[in-house]
Design a protein around this ligand. Sequence first.
Ligand SMILES: *Cc1c(COP(=O)(O)O)cnc(C)c1O
Length: 414
Amino acid sequence: MPTTLVPTRLVSPRLVSPVRENQAQDSLSTAPYSEKVAAFLQEGHETPFVVVDLEVVAERYDALHAALPEADIFYAVKANPAPEILNTLLERGSSFDVASPGEIDMVLAAGATPDQISYGNTIKKQRDIAGAYRQGVRIFAFDSEAELAKLVAEAPGSLVFCRILCNGEGADWPLSRKFGCETEEAERLLLMAADAGFEVGVSFHVGSQQRDVHAWDGALAEISSLARRLLDEGVTLSVVNIGGGFPGTYLDPMRPVENYAKAIRAALQRHLEPLFGPIGGVNFPRIIAEPGRYMVADAGVLQTEVVLVSKKHVLDDRRWVYLDVGKFGGLAETMDEAIRYRLRTPHDGQMAGNVTIAGPTCDSADVLYEKTDYRLPLALEAGDLVEVLSTGAYTTTYSAIGFNGFAPLRAYCV
Ligand SMILES: *Cc1c(COP(=O)(O)O)cnc(C)c1O
């Protein structure tokens, strides 16, 4: 188990037991959270809530920075915008990828300077671009001619980067065709952008929770030929933004971030050094990475209470376990069972059986897992507290504001 994937201080091994027999080895051998978090979980806060360990966030930043020092880290704020997290990352020297005026305000309120902000959403209102520019933001994303026209109107002299399409293969949470354009279109748009006096760059995102450490290679190969054609036209790419996609720890084991960094560095060297000279050299483009999930997922633990354990027929062996958190209470990424969280119960290690796991609301879509082979202890009953691990990313802000009268997911940082 690489030290980067677990907190340094561990709870006692007695607390650690498998949820299912075939669960990833690495989650069996080490406790999933620090003593500080363990103590907080014992305090009896009203469920459901997420508690985030800021030390883990800091460790993740340091680990990625150490593994890939060539890249400037812009934390993707949408993963978890808690002020304590922004502060922690700011102290480490992080910059921030934002998607809206609200996120810009949050990052500035945390004490970041405008040059630490990249407005990475390719879909922005023109007045929001103007507002960001007035606040001093000078890095903007686009992927279409119409969006570029807004930047020409409102953000002169900025660095603008064009996002190219990525198929998202290998990712558990792919980002599909919503963002990015074909490479040929990017070439046309970047020539227009350079003509308009912008400094230009290119970006891509390999899809969130990317399993394949080599997923960056294909996009960088395409960027290499794009950069070559642009150079022929007298335009130099000054930034290559390699996006996010670095994983959190869910049911299936993932490679440590060092492996990702190594594969990405090799791809940067293979595809860009022939054009720009050595990585880190004066002519090499600035490399930006935008990790979201990786930075915060494993720092969070969600505590939930079992509301009901039932069967559809007394002879069924499958039980339905209803928790006080569901798809509308922050676990939206269970959509299509894409993100499969690790669970811990007070009875782990005892006899377990098949379950369907669902949330508490009166919406039939509020089922978390029925296809995935989850097994929970037979002793599990209403009132038991269950921990949903690695819930620091994409949970608190996905929580509805009061569907069915349930309060939004509470959030704490320790
Ligand atoms: C969401 C997002 C990220 C973060 O992605 P992760 O997979 O969570 O690392 C990075 N860049 C952009 C533009 C995003 O929209």
